[in-house]
Design a protein around this ligand. Sequence first.
Ligand SMILES: Nc1nc2c(ncn2[C@@H]2O[C@H](COP(=O)(O)OP(=O)(O)OP(=O)(O)O)[C@@H](O)[C@H]2O)c(=O)[nH]1
Ligand SMILES: [Mg+2]
Length: 300
Amino acid sequence: MENFKSGFLALVGKPNAGKSTLLNSLIQQKVSIVSPKPQTTRNKVLGIWTEEDCQMVFVDMPGIIKPKNTLGQYMEKSIDSGVRDVDAIVYVTDGHKGISDEDIDLMQKYGAKGVPMVVVVSKTDICQPEKLMLELAKLNDLDFIKEIYCISAKRNRNVNDLKQGLKKYLTDTIKYFADDDVTDKSQRFLVTEIIREKILLLCDNEIPHGIGVTLNKMEYNKLKKMWDIDANIIVEKASHKPIILGKQGRMIKQIGTYSRDSIEKMLESKIYLSLWIKVKEDWRNSDYMLKEIGYDKKEL
Ligand SMILES: Nc1nc2c(ncn2[C@@H]2O[C@H](COP(=O)(O)OP(=O)(O)OP(=O)(O)O)[C@@H](O)[C@H]2O)c(=O)[nH]1
Ligand SMILES: [Mg+2]
């Protein structure tokens, strides 16, 4: 089609800024997991929005942190490769928490890459308007910022304006994905992410950060008309196992119930879910385990 425009738009920012919530809101589908805990997203997740005359590929990134282990280093590399060759960088900041010096430094770092930068101030539904004005004043001298949008992804406020506004940055004419594609991730990946999301939601301490989820089996049982899913929850210390298990198995049961609910909605089918807890000491520094959760050294 003539005048067809396409391109990649990267969502970057500190952990917990609201990038994944924004991604889901932009494409009106849940493909990236969201939680109140920082460092929820670990892998780059694409969210694809296709219209008759354009295709926008949003790249949701892990929040930017100083790496503490091999997983952290992979996450950092994946952000650096993710902002390469994009048409615009969308820097997301949490308007409620406020724009920090670190945010400004990161905007300067990514703004210096020669790629247009758009700043999104998120969570305006919980910001006081007067405070928001003060926050925005911090951006006054940053000439490299092309535009600023104040949005609430949770309430879908201004998200469409942002999407329309981003269309002007698209530079390609190729249709990268089929009309009905919403993400580059497989259903298998999404299943493991949903389970991790529920653990992040239900466990209220540091343990969720040391957790990985892998699949042993995901098969459709034609006779029973349901998916049979068997997954491992990997913990990095033996002492974490009883916490995930909970008193009389209550925690793992709840993780299972919540996960099943969300996975059934995604697959639009009944599922049978088995969860196992496995201890793999220091797995966040193991290349083998990192490959299992989708980080292949060769692809970075
Ligand atoms: N009130 C409000 N909360 C929001 C909004 N957007 C995101 N949140 C909440 O902020 C928290 C973090 O959201 P995420 O989308 O997971 O943040 P993220 O930037 O992807 O975080 P990482 O993946 O850790 O980098 C969650 O509890 C969200 O529900 C918003 O517009 N309004
Ligand atoms: Mg995220």
